[in-house]
Design a protein around this ligand. Structure first.
Ligand SMILES: [Fe+2]
Ligand SMILES: [Fe+2]
Length: 162
């Protein structure tokens, strides 16, 4: 059984993950509106992954005999100054999410909730990948330095994400 404190923290994380999906969908809309279908595809795939993350926490709360509460989502931006600005925001957001997972982990340890460990270990590893992916694209955008040809080629590459 989850403690009330941990249950509340898991519910906050469900919101964080669904909010991430909404943020990435906003970024997808930005790229779609600028005729960059590869970037948009990458962001839509990212949004779907975040939905799955939210559902992992959702199922876990019920499995542990807790109660799910759903907070309102924040309105995401659908406009960015550049592809670089969007990906820098995505990277910063993933760093924020990593911190929220770390916070959950500390809380679960404080509450001696050892059943949380496997789930949170999965998310700790996932966040290493999430940060590396976003940072990797920021670095590639730095390489092309706003060149239209470079952005076009990167768009073709990001279209291949499964
Ligand atoms: Fe996530
Ligand atoms: Fe993420």
């Amino acid at each position: 059984m989850l403690s009330e404190r941990l249950n509340n923290a898991y519910n906050a994380q469900i919101k964080n993950e669904l909010n991430s999906a909404y943020i990435y969908l906003g970024m997808a809309a930005y790229f779609d509106s600028h005729n960059l279908p590869g970037f948009a595809h990458w962001m839509r795939a990212q949004a779907e992954e975040e939905m799955e993350h939210g559902m992992k926490f959702y199922h876990f709360v019920f499995e542990r005999g807790g109660n799910v509460a759903l907070a309102a989502l924040d309105e995401p931006s659908v406009q960015y100054e550049s592809p670089m600005a969007a990906f820098k925001a995505a990277y910063a957001h993933e760093q924020f999410i990593s911190e929220s997972i770390n916070h959950l982990y500390r809380l679960a340890e404080e509450e001696h909730d050892y059943a949380s460990r496997p789930l949170l270990h999965w998310f700790i590893e996932e966040q290493v990948e999430e940060e590396a992916n976003a940072r990797g694209i920021v670095e590639q955008l730095e390489m092309v330095a706003g060149s239209k040809t470079g952005i076009f080629m990167l768009d073709r590459q990001l279209a291949k994400r499964e």
